[in-house]
Design a protein around this ligand. Structure first.
Ligand code: SF4
Length: 338
């Protein structure tokens, strides 16, 4: 995950719930990919370290447990950059130019200078992030699965040239239910419509009160349609079955008001994110503990990454960290002719 600011409900539903479950099923590695943040925001790096710590505190608060998974920062394991470099030698330009998100982002982020070597190559860096841990499975949303397919293609091409040295990862699709923001559009920091995981109860309730509803319900006596209401989309994710049925029936019959409906949602939402926010506040008081977790994670990640790089260097016939001890004898000098 890129360190681009604090986490919100979208992260919880689209990633964290799944990651927390996976930490018991797999030998899981979760990385804050700060180099990736530079591929789109290289001019102003003033918030990079702060954002990195923020994300790490969010992860701990949602339940990622450093005794059951590895949490680390990408740039603290420089082997990622080395593998990225070697992969970049074999990746045809056309593969990168065809990546769907490449053209989309160029269009969407016009105000930024994305015509850089780093931005075009970010899928190769992403491939290195995955392949360096011999990842068997990568949890992603559907929109990211082409990147994993590209990672598999890159591994195959590299193996085709240098021998079977990299493992191809499989995709684990994460269900990502539609998660609307307070204005009804997709929840996203760039729309300013998020509900943050670290926000206090008062803020969460007040954001929900202003949230868009089915426009047909102008007055209390107008019946509504839950299928057209972003508040109901949140009920689907955070409320229990009984509350959902009550809200749906009350909406259709105009038996309840939107404020009542939102209050019921707020109770469930606060029930889930309240303890997260509480734990988050605890970590804010102990930033050194967060740093220690990342430092311990760095050591575990570096060990795994360095074992892979030993194999890769040997396959490419690079000398690696040691001397050129096993290099063949020097060619004998031949007298100049002609
Ligand atoms: Fe939406 Fe609930 Fe109002 Fe119906 S009653 S429009 S589901 S907020």
């Amino acid at each position: 995950m890129r360190p681009t600011g604090s986490s919100h409900l979208g992260h919880l539903v689209g990633a964290y719930r799944n990651w927390v479950a996976m930490q018991d099923e797999f030998d899981a590695f979760y990385s804050i990919v700060d180099w990736h943040a530079l591929t789109t925001d290289y001019r102003d790096t003033s918030a990079l370290r702060r954002n990195t710590l923020d994300i790490a505190a969010d992860w701990l608060a949602v339940g990622l447990d450093p005794t059951r998974c590895t949490l680390f920062v990408q740039s603290q394991v420089p082997e990622h950059a080395e593998l990225h470099l070697l992969l970049s030698m074999v990746v045809p330009l056309g593969w990168l130019e065809r990546v769907p998100t490449y053209k989309d982002l160029l269009r969407e982020l016009r105000e930024r200078d994305l015509h850089t070597y780093g931005f075009l190559g970010y899928p190769v860096l992403q491939a290195a992030d995955i392949l360096i841990y011999d990842a068997a499975v990568v949890p992603v949303g559907e929109d990211q699965s082409p990147h994993i397919e590209l990672t598999r293609e890159i591994a195959r091409r590299f193996n085709g040239i240098f021998g079977r040295v990299l493992s191809e990862p499989a995709v684990r699709l994460t269900a990502s239910p539609r998660l609307p923001g307070t204005d009804g559009r997709k929840m996203s920091k760039s729309f300013g419509n998020t509900i943050g995981l670290a926000e206090d109860e008062k803020t969460v309730r007040s954001k929900l009160r202003t949230m868009k509803t089915d426009p047909a319900r102008k007055r209390l006596k107008d019946p509504g349609d839950p299928a057209k209401c972003p508040v109901f989309d949140l009920h689907r994710i955070f409320s229990d079955e009984e509350t959902r049925q009550w809200a749906a029936a009350g909406c259709r019959s105009a038996g309840i008001g939107c404020i009542q409906c939102k209050n019921a949602l707020a109770d469930h939402l606060v029930g889930e994110i309240g303890p997260i926010a509480e734990r988050r506040r605890e970590y804010e008081k102990r930033p050194d503990d967060v740093r220690d977790v990342l430092d311990a994670g760095r050591k575990v990640a570096a060990e795994a990454a360095s074992a892979t790089m030993e194999r890769v260097r040997a396959a490419v016939r690079l000398p690696g960290a040691g001397a050129l001890g096993d290099a063949p004898a020097l060619r004998s000098a031949t007298p100049a002719t002609g």
